[in-house]
Design a protein around this ligand. Structure first.
Ligand SMILES: Cc1cc2nc3c(=O)[nH]c(=O)nc-3n(C[C@H](O)[C@H](O)[C@H](O)COP(=O)(O)OP(=O)(O)OC[C@H]3O[C@@H](n4cnc5c(N)ncnc54)[C@H](O)[C@@H]3O)c2cc1C
Length: 434
C-alpha cells in the first residue's frame, strides 16, 4: 500500500513507508495507530521528558492515563490481541482482531520516538506474556484485569546476582509447604527492570531441588508482600526504568500462582525471550532514526572551515554508512515480523528463535555504530545532557542496554548458529526419510 507522506522529511528520520513509498506490510490501521500514538506522545510525553529525566522517574499517575488511552493491552499482548481483551481500550481505535505484529512494531516505534515514557512499560512487555500464554484460567481471570487496567504492575525476574546468561543454573528456590498449599521462596534477583514499582514479579524459581538443571525450573507469579524487598540498582541509562535488586526471604506464595506445570519454567523463559528480542530491535530502529535526524539538523546548519558540516564529504560518508545499516536492519526486521505473522507460534519459535537472536545482535551493533557517529557529528553537544545533542547523548548511553539485556551479544551469536545447524540437521533427516 502507498500512504500519504508523514513526519520528518530528513533522510532516514522515518521508515520509508512514512514518506509515501509503497510497502507490502502496512495498511490503513497501521497509519491510524502511528498517527494516534504520535499525537498522544506529543501531547503527554514530549513536553515532560526532560523534567522526568531530571526527577529520575515518570510520575505514577501517567501509567493510569496510558491505560485509559489504550496502551496497556497492546503492550501486554505483543503481536496479537485475544478477543477476550477486546473490551479494553486500544490506542488508535484499532480492533483486537485487526492487531498484528506490524501494529506492535509501529506502536513501539512511535512510543520510543515520543519520549521517555517507554521505560515504564518494560516490565509489562516481558512479564505479562507468560500469564496469557501459560497460566491457568483462574489465575488469568484474577490477574489480567488488574494488569490490563493499570491498577497493578508487573515485571520479569529471571536474572540473579550469580547467573544471567546461564538461566539453567539459577538458584532461587521455591519449596512446597508440607500441606502442599504454598511455595516458600528464598533467593535474590538482580537488574529487574521496573521492579521498584511492580506489584507482581513473574519469577523463575527452582522447584526441582539442587542439581535439577533446566527441568527443575518453574515460573511463579509472586505478589509483592511480606519477605519480598526491592532496592534500586543504578545503571548507565539512568533511573526511569527502575532497575531493581529483589530479595525473597521466606516469601509465601499460593501454589495456584504457578505458571503452567512445574518444571516448565526454562522453556517458558526461552519462548518469552523471542518477543523481547524483537522488541529491543524496534527500539533500536527508532533510536537510530532520532539520532540521525538530530545529527542531520545540526550538520545542515553548523559551519566549520567555511562550510556546513554536511558539505564535508567525510560527514556525508558517515551518514551514508548509517543510512544503509539502519535500512538493512529495518528490512530484516520487517521480514521477521512478516514470517512470524505467517507461522504458528510453535513453528515461529522453532524456525525463528535463532534468527531473532541474530537480529537482536545486529541491532546492538547498529545502535553502537549510529550513536557513536552521531555523537561525533554533534561535537561537544553530543556529550551534553541538555539542548540539541541531548537525545544523542541519551541514546549513546542507552546502547549497552541493547547489547547485554535480553541475551548478551556473544551468547546470542552462538545461539543463532546452533539453531541454524539444528534446523539443517532436521532438514537432512527429513530428506533422508523420503
Ligand atoms: C539494564 C538492565 C536491565 C535488565 N532487565 C532485566 C529484567 O527485567 N529481568 C531479568 O530477568 N533480567 C534483566 N537483566 C539481566 C540481563 O538479562 C543479564 O544481565 C544478561 O542476560 C547477562 O547476564 P549476566 O549479567 O549475568 O552476564 P553473564 O551471564 O555473567 O555473562 C557476562 C558476559 O560473558 C560472556 N558470556 C557468558 N556466557 C557466554 C557464552 N556461553 N558464550 C559466549 N560468551 C558468554 C558474554 O560476553 C556476557 O556478556 C537486565 C540487565 C540490565 C543491565
Amino acid at each position: 500500500m502507498t500512504t500519504p507522506s508523514f513526519g520528518s522529511t530528513l533522510p532516514w528520520a522515518e521508515p520509508s513507508w512514512y514518506t509515501g513509498r509503497p510497502s507490502p506490510y502496512y495498511k490503513e490501521s497501521h497509519c491510524r495507530l502511528r498517527d494516534a500514538v504520535r499525537k498522544w506522545c506529543d501531547e503527554h510525553v514530549a513536553p515532560y521528558t526532560e523534567e522526568w529525566i531530571e526527577a529520575g522517574a515518570v510520575p505514577p499517575e501517567l501509567y493510569q492515563k496510558c491505560a485509559e488511552a489504550g496502551f496497556l493491552v497492546p503492550i501486554a499482548a505483543g503481536k496479537s490481541i485475544p478477543q477476550e481483551w477486546a473490551h479494553y481500550p486500544i490506542i488508535g481505535g484499532i480492533k483486537a482482531e485487526e492487531w498484528d505484529g506490524f501494529h506492535d512494531f509501529v506502536l513501539w516505534d512511535e512510543l520510543v520516538r515520543g519520549g521517555r515514557v517507554a521505560s515504564i512499560f518494560i516490565g509489562l512487555v516481558v512479564g505479562a506474556p507468560p500469564i496469557r500464554q501459560f497460566a491457568h484460567k483462574a489465575l488469568q481471570d484474577k490477574i489480567l484485569p488488574e494488569i490490563l487496567s493499570g491498577q497493578k504492575r508487573i515485571c520479569l525476574a529471571v536474572t540473579e546476582p550469580s547467573c544471567g546468561s546461564d538461566v539453567r543454573n539459577l538458584t532461587t528456590t521455591a519449596e512446597k509447604t508440607p500441606d502442599g498449599k504454598h511455595y516458600i521462596v528464598n533467593g535474590a534477583k538482580k537488574w529487574i527492570t521496573n521492579g521498584m514499582f511492580s506489584d507482581y514479579f513473574m519469577t523463575a524459581v527452582r522447584t526441582g531441588g539442587p542439581n535439577s538443571g533446566a527441568e527443575g525450573i518453574s515460573m511463579l507469579l509472586i505478589p509483592r508482600g511480606e519477605g519480598l524487598r526491592t532496592r534500586p540498582v543504578p545503571v548507565i541509562e539512568g533511573g526511569l526504568s527502575a532497575t531493581t535488586y529483589v530479595t525473597f526471604e521466606d516469601v509465601k506464595v499460593p501454589v495456584g500462582n504457578l505458571i503452567g506445570p512445574e518444571g516448565a519454567g526454562f522453556r517458558q523463559t526461552m519462548v518469552n525471550f523471542n518477543h523481547e528480542r524483537l522488541w529491543i530491535v524496534f527500539q533500536v530502529l527508532r533510536g537510530c532514526r532520532m539520532a540521525m535526524s538530530d545529527a542531520f539538523t545540526w550538520a545542515l546548519k553548523r559551519e566549520a572551515f567555511g562550510k556546513t558540516l554536511v558539505e564535508q564529504p567525510v560527514v556525508r560518508y558517515h551518514f551514508g554508512h548509517m543510512g544503509r545499516k539502519v535500512e538493512r536492519l529495518q528490512a530484516w526486521t520487517e521480514q521477521v515480523v512478516y514470517e512470524l505473522e505467517h507461522l504458528g507460534p510453535e513453528a515461529g519459535a522453532r524456525l525463528l528463535g535463532g534468527v531473532t537472536a541474530l537480529l537482536k545482535v545486529e541491532s546492538g551493533l547498529v545502535s553502537g555504530y549510529v550513536a557513536r557517529e552521531c555523537l561525533k557529528i554533534m561535537g561537544g553537544l553530543g556529550l551534553t545532557k541538555s539542548g540539541q545533542g541531548s537525545r544523542i547523548e541519551g541514546f549513546y548511553r542507552a546502547t549497552p542496554s541493547f547489547v547485554v539485556p535480553g541475551g548478551s551479544e556473544d551468547v546470542l551469536i552462538d545461539l543463532g548458529v546452533r539453531e541454524a545447524l539444528k534446523l539443517h540437521k532436521q532438514a537432512q533427516k527429513a530428506k533422508a526419510k523420503i
